[in-house]
Design a protein around this ligand. Structure first.
Ligand code: 13P
Ligand code: SF4
Length: 310
């Protein structure tokens, strides 16, 4: 890339030229969030992907999110700046093993967290995100037997909130499993006025100690509406950009991880850069596409989710 290029200007030009919409997840680098047409959580992003009138969807997020956009808008071109932007949670649930797991529970319906491959979605009955998982489980009859995957932490949280007995797949997110309860307690002692907030992908002990648990958009909303001036945030660090923008006078402290050398960045989300974004829009590559039968089969469980969370 020509180092004299103003990438923000060029990306904005390409958006117009190609009638492209740029969707970004809250975990993206601040500079990417700042040029997005829409920034949101997984649910908000899929709702945008379903209703956009653009010809091209550029997804600044991870692979499963771009796949979901493709499933909902199959006639559109969907671009992802780096195809290696995967997800450890999605990787923790290979579809062929989930199919075997499902066979063991023939009278259960399968709910899957959106953080999974399109192939896995095609095997399931309803998809959910962290912002509507409780609502989706509660929309089903009380005696409905349910298997839930891939995230065991979100699954445990839903069990606690709904009082239902879900059968859980044993998967987890590498970013949300690293928080140190001990170091968080120390930090709360140092800032007794701070509110401790956590994403439901965190482990049970962390969630039990939190003042508020919610999806990325839920966490952001809480920091806007709550009167506290200090927040300890247990999720990927990208969300702090929007929290800080909306509340310039408040202080946001990333929850400390177990290992002092670790950070709260998702290595997959952070693969996307402005340079890669520019290249992918200019050359319309890499494109995320799926076989027609997978689109067909995965669409139904996602649409059921969107209907329930309207
Ligand atoms: P939400 O955006 O639904 O809160 O999910 C977070 C996440 O881990 C996305 O990968
Ligand atoms: Fe996947 Fe975790 Fe990264 Fe979200 S934060 S994309 S769940 S690895």
């Amino acid at each position: 890339i020509d180092p004299t290029l103003d990438l923000v200007e060029e990306i904005n030009k390409l958006k117009k030229e190609k009638n492209a919409v740029l969707l970004a997840h809250y975990y993206q680098e601040p500079e990417i969030q700042d040029i997005a047409d829409y920034i949101g959580d997984s649910l908000g992003l899929s709702q945008q992907a379903a209703k956009t009138e653009a010809d091209v969807i550029v997804f600044a997020g991870v692979h499963f999110m771009a796949e979901t956009a493709k499933i909902l808008s199959p006639q559109k071109k969907v671009l992802l700046p780096d195809l290696k932007a995967g997800c450890s949670l999605s990787d923790s649930c290979p579809p062929h093993l989930f199919a075997k797991f499902k066979e063991k529970y023939p009278d259960h319906i399968a709910i899957t967290y959106v953080n999974c491959t399109a192939e896995l979605k095609a095997l399931t009955d309803i998809v959910c995100t962290s912002s509507n998982a409780v609502q989706i489980v509660e929309s089903l009859p009380k005696d409905q037997k349910i298997i839930f995957g891939p995230d065991k932490n979100l699954g445990d949280y839903v069990k606690k909130k709904t009082g239902r007995d879900l059968v859980l797949w044993n998967g987890a997110c590498m970013v949300h499993e690293i928080f140190s309860q001990e170091r968080i307690t120390q930090l709360r002692n140092d800032y007794p006025e701070a509110k401790f907030i956590a994403h439901p992908e965190c482990e049970k002990e962390i969630l039990d100690a939190a003042d508020y648990v919610g999806s990325t958009s839920g966490l952001l909303k809480y920091t806007k509406e709550n009167d506290a001036n200090v927040f300890i945030v247990a999720t990927e660090s990208g969300i702090i950009h929007q929290m800080q923008k909306a509340n310039p006078q408040k202080i946001f402290i990333p929850a400390p991880p177990n290992n002092a050398c670790a950070c709260n960045d998702c290595p997959y989300m952070k693969l996307n850069t402005l340079e890669k974004l520019y290249n992918c829009m200019k050359f319309e590559l890499p494109e995320v596409d799926l076989p027609a039968d997978i689109i067909e089969r995965a669409r139904r469980p996602i649409e059921r989710m969107l209907e329930i969370s309207e």
